[in-house]
Each structure stands twice: as C-alpha cells, then as structure tokens.
Design a binder for this molecule. Structure first.
Ligand SMILES: [Zn+2]
Length: 195
C-alpha cells in the first residue's frame, strides 16, 4: 500500500462488500489526515459474506470511524507493528485491563476501539475481560456501565468484523485464510510457513 487512503479504501471495500452505498464512499487526501464521506442509509443484512440477523450490530459510520481511526494511527505512528508493544495500550487506556492475546498487526485496530470509547465518555466506565483471536478474528469481552454498553457494542462489533480484513501479523489489508488454523493474513504473511 502506498498511502493511508489506499489502505483505508481497500479494507473498507472488503469489509463492506455488498453494501449498495459503498460506491458513494469518497476520500480526500493521501496522508494520515485523510477525510472521508459516505451517503447515509441502512446496511444490508449480509456484508462481506457474513450474514447478520436481522442486521449488522453496527452502522456504516461506526465501521468507517473505527477503520479511519486505526488507519490514521498506523500511518501516523510511522513504525512497523512488529516494533510496537501491545501492552503499551494498557498504559494509555485504563479500560485495557488484560494482556492482549493477539499478534501486533491488530495494535491500531485495538487502539481505535479504546480511543473511540474515550470519545463516547466511557473512558473509566468499562474494562476488558478478555481480548483474543478466535477462528481468525478478534474477540473482545468486557464489562461496562449499562448506559455505555450500546455505544461500546457498536464500536467493538465493527472492530471484530474489520479484523477479518486486517493482517494480524502486520496490519496490512488481509483476508481469512482457511486451513487447520484459520488466521486473517496479508498475502505476504499467508505465504510463510508460519501462516
Ligand atoms: Zn501481513
């Protein structure tokens, strides 16, 4: 990927495949400060091959906000995910209470969840119970005060859906790779013996 914009668009198109309003997604700027816009409307019940019943538990805006925040974080950091320490998130965010049992490619996706939760006014009102990879995608289990659960759920469910399109090793656009041990990986990491 040559720019934050290309990466954002590639992952957005993969994660929202089947959304009739996806063609209205526009992005301005190439750097980490890119801006995006999209038309409003309900999401279909099936996105990127995943059937939600009756509808996705997140809005298009939730998903794009989580992805944009993760993408900006990744490109602003200017550091490979393999050089980050996932445990740093627990010193940045009080809600991050457990060790993060995932590979570092999801660092910025997790940063996005914790950062957006602060924006919801939930900073000290929720905490993680378990964060792990399961069947190739992210799972976040948590407890929270009742009035912030709805907002948190939307962000977290959007991040979990996005994780199926982001390489867990490096944070580049990726896809679920079937096999004995299902992982979400980019082409490069899927090619290795560790895939
Ligand atoms: Zn990768």
């Amino acid at each position: 990927m040559n720019s934050a914009r290309e990466e954002f668009l590639k992952i957005a198109h993969a994660a929202l495949a089947g959304d009739p309003l996806l063609p209205t997604l526009g992005v301005e700027g190439d750097g980490p400060d890119f801006r995006y816009s999209v038309d409003q409307g309900p999401l279909p019940s099936k996105l990127a091959g995943t059937e939600f019943s009756p509808a996705p538990p997140f809005a298009r805006d939730d998903l794009l906000k989580v992805l944009a925040t993760a993408t900006r974080s990744r490109w602003q950091r200017g550091q490979l995910p393999t050089q980050v320490n996932l445990d740093d998130l627990s010193s940045y965010f009080k809600a991050c209470r457990v060790s993060l049992a995932v590979d570092p490619g999801w660092f910025d996706l997790l940063f996005s969840v914790f950062h957006l939760a602060v924006g919801l006014g939930a900073a000290n009102r929720w905490e993680t119970l378990q964060v792990k990879e399961k069947y190739g995608t992210l799972r976040i289990y948590y407890e929270a005060e009742p009035d912030v659960v709805d907002g948190l759920d939307r962000i977290i469910e959007a991040a979990e859906h996005l994780s199926g399109h982001i390489c867990e090793k490096c944070g580049a656009p990726g896809e679920l790779r079937p096999g004995g041990y299902v992982r979400t990986l980019c082409d490069e990491h899927a090619g290795g013996s560790n895939g």
